[in-house]
Design a protein around this ligand. Structure first.
Ligand code: GL9
Length: 838
C-alpha cells in the first residue's frame, strides 16, 4: 500500500538529531538507536515487536514537541473541554500519528531501507480496546476532531488493564479471551505517578461546626485508593495541537490499610493492594444495558473523582479563583456513566473548598453537559440506595439535598401532580429504592443532547419527556460524526488518493468539499477508477477471509456487510432471514439468474447475553451449510469474521458494497458505522432509524434503499396488539425460512438449538422482524437489480460519498463548541523547543 497522502508539514525544529530529525538518514539511525537503547536488542535478536516498539518511540519522539507545547498553552487561562467517558476506543495509534504528523512516506522509506516491512510492523500493534462499541469509538473520533480543530481538551477515562475481550468462534459459539493489550508494553502512554490523586470509598460522613462556627460536613472513608494518571497524546491532523487522553489506574496506598491494620500480616497487606488494583482491571463488556454491579459504580466514581480533582488542581495552579471553575472547564458527560460527577463536584466545592451551596450549584450546573446515547428504557442506569450509600455515603446525602431543592421547584410549577414528582425525582421509590443517574445528569447539567435528530425528538417525547417539559431550554441535538482521518485517509488509501487527485486535499479537514465529486459521477472514466478501487479493496478483504477462515469468496460478488455489536434490536437475525430466503430461492430454481452475494457479519455479543450468542451460532451454522452446498456455489457465501474491532473495521468498511443498517425504527440512537460505510462508498439498506434518516436526507432518497416500519408505525402496531404469528402464517416464504431453521436443517438435526430464538420471533418479536420481513426482502431484491447496472451503482456510490460532508466529527465538535461548550480554537505555537533545540 502506498502513502495515504504526501507529507506536507514542514517541521519547525532547527536541530536535526535522533529525536526530532526527519531526514531518512536520521529516521533510520533513530530506529536503530531505539532498538538498542530502549528495547535493549541487537538487530540479530530483535523480534518484530521490538522493531515495532523502536518505530513507535521514533514517532512518539517526533510528536512530543507539539504535545508539551500544547500543555503549556493550556496553562494560560483558556477554557478547556473535559470529555468524561468510561470508554475510549482509540484504535491503533502508529499509522494515525504518522498521518497526522505528515511523515508516513518518509517513515516508510526509512523502515524499508532498514530492511523491514512497515505493514508488518503496523500489524504488530495491539489496539487498546478500552470500549464496547459506538459510544467508546465516538469519544475517540471526538478527541481526534478536538485536536484537529485546535480546541483545548482533555479526555478523562479509565486505564483498564484488560479491555474488551478478544472473540474466538469455536464450534459456532463465541468464546471470550482475555485482552492482554499491555503485555508487551504500550509505547504511546506516559505515566505521571507524581500527579496521583486519592479517592475515598465507604465509611460515613460527619457533620460538625468549624472554628468559625460554620456548619460543615466531612467524609470519613474506610478505604482510600490512589489514582495514577497515564497520558496518551492525541495529535490533530497537520496542526501543532496534541491534546491529552488521561486515563487513570487504581493503585493501593501503602500507608493506609497496609501498616495500620496489617502489622505482620503480609498476605493481608498484599490483599489490600490487590483489592485496590482490581478497580481498573477490567472493562465491563456489556453494551447498552449495564447491570448494577458494585465494582462498576466504584469504577465510575473513581475516574470521575480523579478527573475533577485533577481539574481543580490545574485551576488552582494558575492562581485563578475556584469560583470561575465553570468558565475554565466545560465538562461533557458521555452518557450517565460519569454522572456521579455532579455530586462529586458539589462535594469538592462545598465540603473540601468551603464554597457555599448555592454558589457551588451554580458552578456545577454551568460546568456539566450531558449526552444521552440510548433509547432502550432498560438501559437507564440506576443504583440501589443501599449499595450507593454504603460506597458513597456523602454523595447520597448531597443527592438527597439536590433532590429536595429540585422537587421544591417542581411542586411550584406542578402543584399536586404526584406523578410528575415521582417521575422527576432523583430517587426511584416505586419499589426497592434507587438513585437514577439520568435524572441526576439532567438536573446537574445546563445542556442535554441526543445524538441524532430522530433520537433527540424521541428523547423529548419518551424517556426524558418530563425533563424536556421542565427544562425545554436545556435540550439540543448534536448528530454524531466520524473522523475522516481514520475512517478514510488511514483505512482507504486508494480512494483517498483518487479523491485528492481530483479535488485536492482540503476535504480531509473540510468534509463538505466532497461535494465537488458530484459532477464526476457523470464521468465514465472516473467511475471506472472508482470501481477499480472498490474491486481491489474487496480483493484485500477476500484475501484476509481466505487466510483467516479458509473461506473463498468472490470479490466480484456483492459484498453485503453487517458489522456492529450483536443485539436483538440491531436485528442481525433479520439479515439471516434474508440469507436463508436467498438460499431457498436458489435451491428451488437452480437456473435462477441471481446477483451473486457475499454476506459478511461481524460483532461481539455481551458474554451474558444468551440470545445474542445464539444469533452468532445461527449465522455460523447457516454459513456452514451454505458454503458447503455445491448447488449454490459461486452464487452465495456467508462469512462471520471473528473479533470485530477498530483494526478490523479499517479493513471492512472500505470493502463494502452494501451497508446493513436494519434496526427496528426508534431503537438505534444514531449509529456511526452507517456513516463509515457510506463515506467509503457503500450504499445503505436501512430503516428510518437513528442517523440513517439524516444520511438518506443528505444522499437523496434515490440513492438509499429504505424499508420497514417507521417509529410511529412501530408504536401504533404495538399499541394495537402485534401478533407476529399471523405474519408467519400468512407469508409462505417466511414460513418456509422459519420452518427450515426449526427443522434442524442448520443444526445437524437438532430441533431444540434455535428454538429459543424462533419461539421468541413467533410469540413475542419485540423488535418486529416479522412485521418488517417482506419489506426487507423486497428491498433486497431491488438492491440485487440495482447492482446489475454497474454504471448506475457506481454513480450512486460516488454521490453517497460526495454528500457525506455532514457526518464528519469535525462538524459535530463545532456544534458542541458553539452550542454547548462556548469554546474557541486556541492555536498552539511551537515556542519552547525541546532541550537541545534552539
Ligand atoms: C450507542 C448507541 O447505541 C449508538 O446508536 C450510537 O451511535 C452510539 C454513539 O452515540 O452510542 N449507545 C450505546 O450504549 N452504545 C452505542 O453504540 N453501545 C456501545 O457502545 C456498545
Amino acid at each position: 500500500m502506498n502513502a495515504p497522502l504526501e507529507d506536507s508539514l514542514t517541521p519547525q525544529i532547527r536541530v536535526e538529531d535522533d529525536r526530532t530529525g526527519l531526514s531518512i538518514t536520521t529516521l533510520r539511525s533513530a530506529l536503530a538507536d531505539n532498538l538498542f537503547y530502549i528495547q535493549g536488542k541487537f538487530p540479530g535478536t530483535a523480534t518484530k515487536n521490538d522493531y515495532y516498539m523502536a518505530l513507535a518511540y521514533t514517532v512518539r519522539d517526533r510528536l512530543l514537541q507539539r504535545w508539551l507545547n500544547t500543555t503549556q498553552t493550556y496553562r494560560k487561562n483558556v477554557k478547556v473541554v473535559c470529555y468524561l467517558s468510561a470508554e475510549f476506543l482509540i484504535g491503533p495509534q502508529l499509522v494515525n500519528n504518522l498521518i497526522n504528523l505528515g511523515i508516513y512516506a518518509k517513515i516508510r522509506q526509512a523502515v524499508e531501507e532498514s530492511g523491514l516491512s512497515l505493514q508488518e510492523l503496523i500489524e504488530q500493534e495491539e489496539e487498546p480496546g478500552l470500549g464496547n462499541g459506538g459510544l467508546g469509538r465516538l469519544a475517540a473520533c471526538y478527541l481526534d476532531s478536538l485536536s484537529t480543530l485546535e480546541i483545548p481538551a482533555i479526555g478523562y477515562g479509565i486505564r483498564y488493564e484488560f479491555g474488551i475481550f478478544d472473540q474466538e468462534i469455536r464450534d459456532g459459539w463465541q468464546v471470550e479471551i482475555t485482552d492482554k493489550w499491555l503485555q508487551y508494553g504500550n509505547p504511546w502512554e506516559i505515566a505521571r505517578p507524581e500527579e496521583y490523586v486519592e479517592v475515598k470509598f465507604g465509611g460515613r460522613s460527619e457533620h460538625y461546626y468549624d472554628e468559625k462556627g460554620n456548619y460543615r460536613v466531612r467524609w470519613i472513608p474506610d478505604r482510600v485508593v490512589k489514582g495514577v494518571p497515564y497520558d496518551t497524546p492525541i495529535l490533530g491532523y497537520q496542526v501543532n495541537t496534541a491534546n491529552t487522553l488521561r486515563l487513570w489506574k487504581a493503585e493501593a496506598i501503602e500507608s493506609f490499610d497496609f501498616q495500620a491494620f496489617n502489622i505482620g500480616d503480609y498476605y493481608g497487606a498484599v490483599d489490600a493492594k490487590i483489592v485496590s488494583e482490581n478497580l481498573t482491571k477490567i472493562l465491563y463488556p456489556n453494551d447498552e444495558v449495564i447491570q448494577g454491579k458494585e465494582l462498576r459504580l466504584q469504577q465510575q466514581y473513581f475516574f470521575v473523582s480523579c478527573a475533577l480533582q485533577d481539574m481543580i488542581r490545574l485551576l488552582l495552579s494558575t492562581e485563578v479563583s475556584l469560583e470561575t471553575f465553570h468558565q475554565q472547564f466545560a465538562v461533557q458527560l458521555n452518557d450517565t456513566h460519569p454522572a456521579i460527577g455532579v455530586a462529586e463536584l458539589m462535594r469538592l466545592l462545598v465540603d473540601e473548598h468551603r464554597i457555599d451551596w448555592d454558589k457551588a450549584w451554580h458552578i456545577t450546573q454551568n460546568t456539566f453537559a450531558f449526552t444521552n446515547h440510548t433509547l432502550l428504557p432498560e438501559a437507564l442506569e440506576k443504583w440501589p440506595i443501599e449499595l450507593f450509600g454504603r460506597l458513597l455515603p456523602r454523595h447520597l446525602e448531597i443527592i438527597y439535598e439536590i433532590n429536595q431543592r429540585f422537587l421544591d421547584r417542581v411542586r411550584m410549577k406542578y402543584p399536586r401532580d404526584l406523578g410528575k414528582l415521582s417521575r422527576l425525582s432523583l430517587i426511584d421509590e416505586s419499589g426497592e429504592r434507587y438513585v437514577r443517574m439520568a435524572n441526576l445528569a439532567c438536573v446537574g447539567s445546563h445542556a442535554i443532547n441526543g445524538v441524532a435528530e430522530l433520537h433527540t425528538e424521541l428523547l423529548k417525547k419518551t424517556v426524558l419527556k418530563d425533563f424536556y417539559e421542565f427544562f425545554p431550554e436545556k435540550f439540543a441535538n448534536v448528530t454524531n460524526g466520524v473522523t475522516p482521518r481514520r475512517w478514510m485517509v488511514l483505512s482507504n488509501p486508494r480512494l483517498t488518493r483518487l479523491i485528492t487527485e481530483k479535488i485536492g486535499d482540503r476535504w480531509i479537514t473540510h468534509l463538505d468539499d466532497l461535494r465537488k465529486l458530484e459532477t464526476l459521477a457523470d464521468d465514465a472514466s472516473f467511475r471506472q477508477q472508482w470501481r477499480q478501487i472498490k474491486q481491489e479493496t474487496k480483493g484485500d478483504l477476500a484475501a484476509y477471509i481466505r487466510k483467516k477462515l479458509d473461506i473463498i469468496v468472490d470479490p466480484k460478488s456483492l459484498f453485503d456487510i453487517q458489522v456492529k455489536r450483536i443485539h436483538e434490536y440491531k436485528r442481525q437475525h433479520l439479515n439471516v432471514l434474508h440469507v436463508i430466503t436467498f438460499y431457498n430461492r436458489l435451491k428451488h430454481d437452480r437456473d435462477l439468474d441471481i446477483t451473486p452475494r457475499t454476506f459478511i457479519f461481524g460483532g461481539k455479543a455481551a458474554p451474558g447475553y444468551f440470545m445474542a450468542k445464539l444469533i452468532i451460532k445461527l449465522i455460523v451454522s447457516v454459513a456452514n451449510i451454505v458454503n458447503n452446498d455445491p448447488d449454490v456455489r459461486d452464487r452465495m457465501k456467508v462469512v462471520f469474521i471473528p473479533d470485530f474491532n477498530v483494526t478490523l473495521g479499517q479493513r471492512i468498511y472500505p470493502a463494502a458494497d452494501l451497508s446493513e443498517q436494519i434496526s427496528t425504527a426508534g431503537k438505534e440512537a444514531s449509529g456511526t458505522g452507517n456513516m463509515k460505510f457510506a463515506l467509503n462508498g457503500a450504499l445503505t439498506i436501512g430503516t428510518l432509524d437513528g442517523a440513517n434518516v439524516e444520511i438518506r436526507e443528505e444522499v437523496g432518497a434515490e440513492n438509499f434503499f429504505l424499508f420497514g416500519l417507521t417509529t410511529e408505525e412501530v408504536y401504533g402496531l404495538k399499541a394495537r396488539g402485534y401478533r407476529p404469528f399471523d405474519y408467519y402464517n400468512q407469508n409462505a416464504e417466511l414460513k418456509a425460512v422459519i420452518d427450515l431453521i426449526s427443522s434442524g436443517f442448520f443444526s445437524h438435526g437438532d430441533v431444540d438449538l434455535f428454538k429459543p430464538l424462533i419461539d421468541n420471533l413467533l410469540y413475542r418479536d419485540d423488535y418486529m422482524l416479522l412485521a418488517d420481513y417482506q419489506s426487507y426482502i423486497d428491498t433486497q431484491e431491488k438492491v440485487s437489480q440495482a447492482y446489475r447496472d454497474r454504471e448506475n451503482w457506481t454513480r450512486m456510490s460516488i454521490l453517497n460519498v460526495a454528500r457525506m460532508g455532514k457526518f464528519s466529527s469535525d462538524r459535530s465538535i463545532r456544534e458542541y463548541a458553539q452550542k454547548i461548550w462556548k469554546v474557541e480554537p486556541v492555536p498552539v505555537e511551537l515556542l519552547q523547543l525541546c532541550p537541545g533545540g534552539q
